[in-house]
Design a binder for this molecule. Structure first.
Ligand code: ADP
Ligand code: MG
Length: 453
């Protein structure tokens, strides 16, 4: 077993040509190694390389690394090492997530990693009794704040023995929409019913500065793991200038080129309507938004995962944490409210070394919104020649601006997609549209921008 750490790039990330240590080198036990190997997980990703030993040593930790870089196993492997199987005691680990789908997903990853652990999923939209029964024997609780508080108040979720607390998507969990409930839950974990201390992990691709302040309250002398995006981005990203009235028709054509697409809409109602329109146009479409029953939400995710649906139309409920293999395209049919949400939406594609594409539609009225997003930290993106994208399937960039109202009224003829001088095929515009995950949005708090999703 080698203990030497490989050389690090200046930026703190490992260059791709350097062989990473194995999981064994990170101090992971044979049983876990076997379970990882069975899933063909042999080489830790950079964030796992850094975070796993730190967390196994018992230190609190703030993990910031790009979307799709493997944060889930970075915090679950140490959890499994620490708990070492099922014990008849109150739950010893608590993972809090912003959405039910993310809680379920993490539950699945943990179950594959360590089937001995009993996991209780706790979130709204489903009956209480099943969850209460599960909580009686749970080693690990994974859930969303509202129902968790509810269960804690009923005495069904006892949190005083929690030794390992994770806030996944931590910046959202600590933001105003969730902060009160999260505070309530963390407070309960401090009323210890065992002598064992609590270890705390915050994980997210985005950590605005204010999170560091909030984090002080929850963390004890934390280690910080920060992994920058790889220099060679696997993501192609651009803007599509398009009159509002033509967006659905254009999207419909675009979808024919993509094996698996997530389309983000701003509102629940809008997502519903768009999913309906795309279905009528012949696309196998699933819809995911907060107005649906949990059963319908489960069906949507499942159909999209299994590729029965090639398109998932969703609100921001699908923007964070959701890991679906080989999503080839993300479309921002409507702009998100903040640059942070843009990062997370786009992060559903090009995950963990896979290639992917993200296109953001800009229509009349969107110019000011886009400028605001840029000020908020959104990456500089170039306009894609929309016509050529449909005819050739490849992205060529054009000088452009969001379509104006006048152009939209004239059906996009004055300033429609594909106008302006084309760049040479493959030529990259200046300004670094690539690696658009570089540098996270500076974005301030965005609680007010979390409409019901
Ligand atoms: P993040 O939370 O950072 O967005 P995830 O934890 O969801 O990323 O992981 C993204 C994908 O990478 C998942 O499909 C996961 O199975 C895969 N993955 C994670 N760790 C490894 C690894 N060590 N080797 C190969 N694939 C991995
Ligand atoms: Mg994640």
């Amino acid at each position: 077993m080698t203990t030497a750490k490989p050389a690090r790039a200046k930026s703190g990330i490992l260059p791709r040509d350097i062989k990473l240590n194995s999981f064994q080198d990170l101090g992971v036990r044979p049983r876990t190694l076997e379970n990882l190997a069975r899933q063909r997980l042999v080489t830790p990703t950079p964030v796992q390389q850094e975070a796993v030993p730190l967390l196994i040593s018992g230190q609190d930790c703030v993990i910031q690394s790009p979307t799709g870089s493997g944060k889930t196993l970075a915090f679950l492997i140490p959890l499994s090492e620490m708990l070492d199987g099922h014990q008849q005691s109150p739950p010893r680990a608590l993972i809090i997530t912003p959405t039910r789908e993310l809680a379920t997903q993490i539950g699945g990853v943990l179950n594959r990693l360590d089937p001995r652990l009993r996991v209780s999923l706790v979130f709204g939209g489903v009956g209480y009794q099943g969850q209460i029964n599960q909580l009686r024997t749970a080693d690990v609780i994974i859930g969303c704040p509202g129902r968790l508080v509810d269960m804690a108040q009923r005495g069904a979720a006892r949190l005083g023995a929690v030794q390992y607390l994770v806030l996944d998507e931590a910046d959202e969990m600590l933001d105003a929409g969730f902060a009160k409930d999260v505070e309530n839950l963390t407070e309960r974990t401090t009323k210890r019913i065992t002598p064992l201390p609590r270890q705390t992990v915050l994980a997210s691709a985005t950590m605005p500065d204010w999170v560091a302040q909030m984090a002080k309250k929850h963390l004890n002398n934390p280690g910080r793991v920060t992994v920058a995006p790889p220099e060679e981005a696997d993501l192609e990203q651009g803007l599509i200038s398009m009159p509002k009235a033509q967006k659905v028709a254009y999207l419909s054509q675009l979808l024919q080129q993509s094996a698996s697409t997530i389309v983000f809409h701003r509102t629940k109602h809008g997502a519903r309507k768009l999913a309906h329109d795309l279905t009528v146009l012949g696309h196998a479409t699933a819809e995911l938004q907060g107005n649906l029953s949990q059963a319908a939400r489960d069906r949507a995710i499942s159909a999209f995962r299994k590729r029965e649906a090639k398109v998932l139309v969703a609100t921001n409920v699908a923007a964070r944490g959701i890991d679906i293999k080989d999503v080839t395209l993300v479309v921002n049919f409507e702009l998100p409210d903040t640059a942070l949400w843009l990062t997370h939406r786009v992060g559903r594609t090009a995950r963990n070394g896979a290639k992917g594409r993200a296109l953001t539609f800009l229509s009349e009225d969107d110019g000011e919104k886009w400028r605001k997003l840029r000020r908020d930290g959104a990456p500089e993106l170039q306009f894609v020649d929309a016509g050529r994208l449909l005819s050739t399937g490849s992205m060529h960039f054009v000088a452009g601006a969001p379509i104006s109202s006048a152009a939209a009224r004239s059906g996009g003829r004055d300033q429609g997609p594909g106008r302006g001088p084309s760049r040479r095929p493959g030529q990259r515009p200046g300004g670094g549209w690539r690696g658009s995950r570089q540098g996270q949005p500076s974005g301030g708090r965005y609680s007010s921008s979390r409409p019901g999703i």
